[in-house]
Design a protein around this ligand. Structure first.
Ligand code: IPD
Ligand code: CA
Ligand code: CA
Length: 266
């Protein structure tokens, strides 16, 4: 990896450390799947274990930095200048079912702007990272978004709706609408990896509603540094951590955006 700012070094070190216990926990899932108790409680403790290792490592270096983390919530709320945005396991449902499509996702923000980020899938040993102005990488190789220009040929990824969503019909009609206009649509179950996959050209675009900031914080800088576009649409100022995301290779941004904003989708 050619990125070596202090923040990136710190995040990657924390990810490597946390991933050792995460890999062990994932190995246990198979046994738990067939047990009568099931893996549910175990997964939430794996989530918390991973998060604790990450937070401990990051705090060792910067005890005063703000943290927004999915399980632990907000730490050092008054520090709005330097913040870590953490999702200890993005793709919990996959993890729970023994599907190796999940990742640790950490973004670093300065004055409300994401400066660097890491998304690490420990099972595939794929570490996506980026730093403002210094490009995006997958392990040691520089990555770029795809060069596809024809929207009709695009492979798009999306996610949701969750079971509790109140806008399921709207999300499904968006899905139908997009799938009628592109080559195909996938759903892989980890927003962070969906964004990382746009950054390295595996997908041409991604959109999803009802996300949280920690799902996408690291992905924002990784896609931008890989040459793509990221937008948030229909922002709700009352809930700044809630996000609807549109991210593409930039060539197809307008087409995908126009479809999602279409008035007849209600
Ligand atoms: C979820 C994943 C999933 C997305 C959900 C997220 P979690 O995060 O990113 O792909 O569809 O909206 O909540 O719960 O696994 O950290
Ligand atoms: Ca998540
Ligand atoms: Ca999570």
């Amino acid at each position: 990896m050619r990125l070596n700012s202090p923040q990136i070094n710190l995040i990657t070190r924390a990810c490597m450390k946390a991933s050792r216990s995460l890999i062990r926990d994932f190995g246990e899932i198979e046994n738990l799947q067939v047990s009568t108790k099931g893996p549910g409680d175990f997964v939430s403790s794996a989530d918390k274990r991973t998060e604790k290792i990450l937070i401990d490592e990051l705090q060792k270096a910067h005890p005063d930095y703000g943290i927004v983390s999915e399980e632990a919530g907000i730490i050092n709320k008054s520090n709005k200048v330097n913040r870590w945005i953490i999702d200890p396991i993005d793709g919990t449902m996959n993890f729970l079912n023994g599907i190796p499509q999940f990742a640790i996702s950490i973004g670093y923000e300065e004055n409300n702007e994401i400066k660097c980020g890491v998304i690490f899938n420990p099972i595939m040993n794929e570490m996506f990272c980026a730093e403002k102005g210094n490009g995006a990488y997958l392990n040691n190789s520089r990555i770029r978004v795809s060069n596809k220009k024809n929207f009709g040929d695009a492979l798009i990824v999306t996610g949701g709706p969750k079971g509790i969503s109140k806008i399921k019909d709207k999300i499904f009609s968006e899905y139908v609408n997009v799938s009628k206009n592109v080559s195909n649509v996938r759903k892989l179950g980890s927003a962070a990896l969906d964004m990382a996959y746009v950054a390295c050209g595996r997908f041409d675009g991604y959109w999803q509603r009802e996300l949280n900031y920690w799902d996408v914080a690291a992905g924002i800088i990784i896609i931008k540094e890989a040459g793509g576009f990221v937008d948030f649409f229909e922002e709700d100022t009352k809930y700044p951590l809630k996000k609807n995301v549109l991210a593409t290779n930039s060539n197809i941004h307008k087409e995908l955006g126009d479809l999602i904003n279409k008035k007849d989708i209600e």
